[in-house]
Design a protein around this ligand. Structure first.
Ligand SMILES: [Fe+2]
Length: 254
């Protein structure tokens, strides 16, 4: 069984289409998204409808929780640009798509051997940027979730790909920098956390749509970085009246 795991689509239809097309070419059996399907970019309904149509297993991200905050009269914990995009998203989303997003769980266990979270196993809104922050996340993963031989999880939220391994013998976390095509073997007894980056607003310094392919038989995880129709996505952001910085940052990978 091969799982394509992606995250942070953020209403970027062109990025999502590029990832789904590659997943089909690679023969992925199951599609998984670690949250933030909407926000920032201009195509929330089309992206929600595409993941629903394809049967993508999704959890909520902080942008879906932001929608819930708005629905319930609370102020989301977001910067002004993200808030502007969230207000646009709320305005244009159909009630059916909104209700579907708000019905998603905050985390999931899939295939009986891996978990997905948006930010961290300990806190869905926490960012994991380095081995120090990853160490706290592994503590929660190991202490709070039923452990099979390996503890394997996939996260998003930072919009930057990363691979962290935890050695249970010396309690050390090692971070591996990730590039396109990197393949990691999941070794028996060790624990892993893979950040799958973002389909819709990659922040690793290049304009890319990223995802991971998990082979549950071989127990390998492969990272893929794709080009997509950036110009089309940027033009839609501007045409929708969203803040122009949201179009500009896509070119810079920020
Ligand atoms: Fe995000």
């Amino acid at each position: 069984m091969r799982y394509a795991v992606f995250s942070d689509i953020h209403a970027n239809l062109e990025g999502l289409e590029a990832v789904l097309e590659k997943c089909a070419q690679l023969g992925a059996d199951s599609l998984v998204c670690c949250g933030d399907i909407v926000g920032y970019n201009a195509d929330p309904n089309a992206c929600v409808e595409m993941v629903r149509e394809k049967g993508v297993r999704c959890i909520q991200g902080n942008h879906e929780r932001g929608l819930r905050d708005l629905e319930e009269g609370r102020v989301p914990n977001m910067n002004p640009v993200a808030m502007e995009a969230l207000a646009f998203t709320r305005e244009v989303l159909t009630s059916d798509n909104r209700d579907w997003l708000l019905s998603l769980p905050h985390q999931a266990e899939l295939g009986g051997f891996f978990h997905i979270f948006h930010g961290s196993p300990s806190d869905p809104d926490a960012y994991i940027f380095d081995p120090f922050e990853a160490a706290y996340a592994f503590k929660s993963l190991i202490n709070d979730y039923s452990p099979p031989q390996n503890l394997l999880c996939f996260i998003g939220h930072t919009h930057v790909c990363a691979a962290y391994a935890f050695d249970p013998d010396n309690h050390r976390v090692v971070e591996k920098k990730v590039r396109d095509g990197d393949l990691f073997a999941v070794k028996p007894g060790a624990h892993y956390m893979f950040n799958v980056g973002s389909c819709g607003q990659y922040r690793g310094g290049i304009p890319a749509a990223t995802f991971c392919l998990l082979d549950g038989d071989e127990m390998t995880v492969e990272f893929r970085f794709l080009e997509y129709d950036l110009r089309a996505c940027q033009e839609k952001i501007v045409a929708a009246g969203l803040p122009p910085i949201l179009a500009q940052r896509l070119s810079m990978g920020q």
